[in-house]
Write a protein that binds this ligand. Sequence first.
Ligand code: F6P
Length: 341
Amino acid sequence: MRIGVLTGGGDCPGLNAVIRAVVRRGVEVHGDTVIGYRNGWQGPLEGLTKPLDLDAVEDILARGGTVLGSSRTNPYRVDGGAARIKQTLAEHGVDALIAIGGEDTLGVARQLTEDGVGVVGVPKTIDNDLGATDYTFGFDTAVHIATEAIDRLRTTAESHRRALVVEVMGRHAGWIALHSGIAGGANVILVPEQPFSVDQVCDWVTRRFERQFAPIIVVAEGAVPEGGAELLSTGETDSFGHVRLGGVGTWLADQIGRCTGAESRAVVLGHIQRGGTPTAYDRVLATRFGLHAVDAARDGDFGTMVALRGTEIVRVKLAEATAELKTVPLERYEEAQAFFG
Ligand code: F6P
């Protein structure tokens, strides 16, 4: 069998572990040939390939990013995009395509399945906001990086008795903020799912200072003040229509300074959360996803995505996986509130 592989959307630690597992199992166990497509959907659109033999995946398990490159190309925004992808796959004799990506990449995978292409999806995103899977790889690494940053920021915040606002990624879902905030002992956590009151935040900050400690406020980039809107770093949108967020941390630090009179600073973690080597957990999860994805392709089980349910890897319909984002439920947020202030 000839299998194509691509990585789309924002990169994420663990992508190379999936690619390695697909190649190792595909080539060694099933006798497949694996072709890498470069830069997400741009690869099959333009016929950009990278051969993936056993040597090509040697030594990539622990490497961050993706050896295939990635992009946010949306073939359904390109004239005749789906037809061009079908033509490329036919020319290359590819029987099945493994698409590793988040909601956008897998949304395209679902549409392509409906258009007759044999696709199997693998869920990735540091945001952990894909439905139908308990966890996505990349999330654990991002949470570790953010937690380490919070631990470091705490000591300097205490030395100077400052309020420190840490802005983490999370456009529509606050999973990174919630987990890193709990793990790092944050005094306030703000997520996109729950609009926040600046007065309430200032109250928690003041209470923390009154106990002679410096507050750490973890805020997801997509968090919004009550009655306000997302803070945008630019007005630009990508080809899936997402605006670029960023700026809520700096804005909030300024508000805290004004209402409490305390010195405050903001740190935006940004792409540091997505870079570098994956944690052991993410390497294992990504490896298992890769092994199961190539088996699904072998079985001709197209239009599916591999997913983690408990400790098992299962196959779910791409339509189910992309139907709805997995956001932080109120009861999970309320657990964290026990530590606010
Ligand atoms: O992939 C998801 C994500 O990490 C979001 O949390 C964030 O808003 C976005 O990527 C930023 O990605 P980029 O700057 O690469 O477009």
